[in-house]
Design a binder for this molecule. Sequence first.
Ligand code: ATP
Length: 237
Amino acid sequence: ADRSAAIEVDHLVKVYKQTRAVDDISFSLPRGSITGLLGGNGAGKTTTIAMIMGLVLPTSGRVQVLGHRMPEESAAVLGRMNFESPYVDMPMRLTVRQNLTIFGKLYAVKNLSDRIAELAEDLDLTEFVDRANGKLSAGQKTRVALAKALINQPELLLLDEPTASLDPDTADWVRGHMERYRKANNATILLASHNMLEVERLCDRVIIMKRGRVEDDDTPEAIMARYNRTTLEEVFL
Ligand code: ATP
């Protein structure tokens, strides 16, 4: 096993009653890398991320995160990783600050009020920090979700379609922020996305899943060259 890898997935399988949601996938992501996880609906992206988080048990195979086996050794790494997912809803009546305080306490963040102020500044939320979450626009809510994902300054960030449902400008801004965060912290990012342009722009590596399997795993450039296309989007047409 490569203990220097941020994520190592080895012959991972998840079978639900009728479905092989994840069907024998293997990959290893170096620290500091940003990888796009592409695939259509039902390809197995979300299940893969949930197993990496230690939230879903594999039927067979192995997941290691920052050198620790998941979920058995998750106590050693959960504080060093975080995720953003459309499934994390925040109470609408609580303010941004109250919501971020809950997650900060969950991760035992030190100097939490300073950290919240810093994130509010970075994510342009200072004006809204005492507003109820339910009163925010979609773009503002996404920035709060990102602040939640960054509250513990994670070394490893798992993002499940972070820019879906955002207008182009806000989506661009979110991408820029992920890139800056990664560079400043040498963080590792795994980004599930349907957006080829986004993956092409951000990622140094692309894993394409189809029906639970890894269909391709390479740089965006190599994948485009292999299919003789100039954009990733065309590869999928
Ligand atoms: P999407 O882009 O739509 O989120 P995905 O690539 O994330 O898709 P998954 O959500 O991982 O795909 O789903 C993979 C397959 O596993 C699908 O066929 C799905 O119906 C099935 N599946 C996922 N979770 C469960 C579950 N808890 N019970 C039964 N089947 C499940």
